[in-house]
Design a binder for this molecule. Structure first.
Ligand code: ZN
Length: 543
């Protein structure tokens, strides 16, 4: 440890002066050009499976080709098909709850939001027992199993959002306030399905979920897009959903249980799930349609170890046409995520025009359907074009920081993988620092495409330019970021602007370039740390 610190210090001293004037390897003009092009109104906000998709993926593959990449798929193909299905549940449904001498209905949208991911015309659960499973977590590496000794087959499980570390703030429970994968709602449904439950309903709480009930409503009612899974979603629970905190109180009191007390005990070690002696019934019809979207994949084959891969990824899709604001109904997605696509293309150019070819192959992927729930990356993860155990790692870019030159970089979900010290080495060598993310409890690491790769074991880095802007007043960067989130994020006004700082973004990407360049030229295999939720998957995949 000591030698590491000393040598790192020498590195800092010898490179700081040089780093300040160093011209970026990554060309900021490419980032600008790509954003200006694909965030223009001609691309209609890049909605997947629309004519705008054809235009977008054609542009990206032409750029890949122009910058010297080879098509990533067999037969000289640039596009990986991503079959999708859209399931729309009939909103004329309710959750009927019955206990001894008590019966009531919970209304759709106001009290509960339910759906299915199974491709079935009709969904129905008849008088299934409800079981409170606390946080619904089975995590061997944390010695935690909420399902221990409880058979939930055919039953409806009621689950808390987030994890016990968040609830207690105890740094020794899971990752403390930092959300783990076990805290994500997606995990809750997956685990409930593995346990054989018929239904899984999460109790909403604004703080723990990091968003209000209105967001649960708007993102889960109406048409829900999913990938068209080989098993037609039949390995999922029949009914997934959310209920309000008030609905939970109502159900628990019908079962003569104190919800607040049970919720408290759920975050203590040794918690045992509780059958509620209450039955739930629900029935609804589904409208099902299918379509196809595409990931765009290019590669620079390596020299001596071409069958090993390093990835750069960014999603190309955005929201397409959206509710109009001041007469503008195109969500252009300039920052989110034309900028990330610009980053992938600029990195491709930097590698292709580098002096020396890399030993391992470098792969560049523009992913689809991120905005629909990380679906393009999930499809890739379950239908990998390059073998996952041969994929060394990768970096995902979702919304580049183009506010201005920052003294710092931010790593999201820090403390997970051995990619982080490699990245930190280059950050420090550039005379910069790494800042912690603002809201580790919000689980941002699980909210973009790198997570789909992590889930199948591939170590991924999620980092971005920091907010400590050189030459600006102290809160300037954070203020700009907050303004973007409040006024432009997922709005028609996320548009191209010449004031965006493409050159600073390129400097940030230089650090990503260096990490990829190092890993494309070594024999090492950085892994997840032992405590990371993806370590066991990776170890099994490498075996
Ligand atoms: Zn995005």
């Amino acid at each position: 440890m000591k030698t590491f610190t000393t040598s790192l210090l020498c590195l800092v001293l010898s490179t700081t002066a040089y780093a300040a004037t160093e011209k970026p390897v990554v060309d900021g003009r490419i980032i600008r050009e790509v954003i200006k092009e694909i965030s223009s109104d001609a691309y209609e906000g890049r909605g997947p499976a629309t004519p705008a998709e054809d235009k977008t993926i054609a542009y990206i593959s032409q750029q890949f080709q122009a910058h010297g990449l080879k098509p990533g798929l067999p037969g000289g193909q640039w596009y990986q098909d991503v079959p999708t299905v859209t399931i729309t549940a009939d909103p004329a449904m309710k959750l009927h709850v019955e206990s001894k001498g008590n019966a009531f209905d919970l209304a759709y949208s106001t009290d509960v939001v339910l759906w299915t991911k199974r491709q079935e015309k009709h969904t129905e659960i008849k008088a299934a027992d409800l079981v409170y499973v606390g946080y619904g977590i089975k995590a061997p590496e944390w010695g935690w199993d909420d399902y221990a000794g409880q058979d939930v087959k055919g039953k409806i499980v009621v689950i808390e959002v987030n994890d016990p570390g968040y609830a207690t703030g105890d740094p020794k429970l899971f990752s403390g306030r930092t959300m783990t994968y076990y805290g994500r709602w997606t995990y809750k449904y997956e685990e409930a399905a593995r346990q054989g439950a018929a239904g899984a309903i999460i109790v909403h709480e604004t703080g723990a979920a990091a968003y209000p009930w209105t967001v649960v409503q708007s993102s889960n009612t109406g048409a829900k897009r999913d990938i068209d899974r080989d098993n037609k979603g039949m390995d999922r629970v029949s009914v997934e959903g959310w209920m309000t905190g008030e609905s939970a109180v109502k159900i628990f009191s019908a079962a003569d249980q104190d919800y607040a007390a049970l919720k408290k005990s759920a975050s203590t070690r040794g918690f045992k799930s509780v059958p509620l002696k209450v039955q739930g019934s629900v029935a609804f019809d589904n409208m099902i349609t299918t379509s196809k979207s595409h990931n765009v994949i290019g590669i620079l084959p390596g020299t001596s170890h071409a069958d090993e891969y390093f990835l750069y990824t960014a999603h190309w899709d955005h929201l397409g046409h959206c509710p109009p604001v001041k007469g503008d109904d195109i969500c252009n997605g300039a920052v989110d995520n034309a900028s990330g696509v610009g980053g992938v293309i600029a990195l491709a150019e930097a590698f292709a025009h580098g002096k020396k070819k890399t030993q391992r192959s470098v792969v560049f992927i523009a992913l689809t359907l991120e905005e629909s729930g990380l679906l393009g990356s999930e499809w890739y993860g379950t239908h990998p074009v390059f073998p996952l155990p041969k994929t060394v790692g990768g970096i995902n870019m979702d919304s580049l920081q183009m506010i201005g030159p920052a003294r710092d970089m931010i790593v999201t979900g820090a403390g997970k993988s051995e990619l982080e010290p490699i990245f930190a080495k280059y950050v420090i060598a550039a005379g910069r620092t790494i800042s912690p993310e603002d809201h580790p409890e919000a689980g941002h690491f699980f909210r973009s495409d790198h997570f789909s790769f992590a889930k199948v074991g591939v170590p991924m880095l999620d980092a971005s330019g920091g907010l400590n802007i050189i030459g600006a007043r102290p809160r300037y960067g954070r203020q700009q970021q907050e303004d973007y989130t409040a006024l432009h994020y997922h709005q028609p006004s996320d548009e191209f602007n010449e004031d965006m700082d493409f050159m600073s973004a390129a400097k940030d990407l230089d650090l990503f370039y260096k990490v990829g360049l190092e890993l494309a030229n070594t024999r090492t295999w950085p892994n997840w740390y032992k405590s990371a939720e993806f370590r066991m998957v990776r170890d099994a995949s490498l075996r």
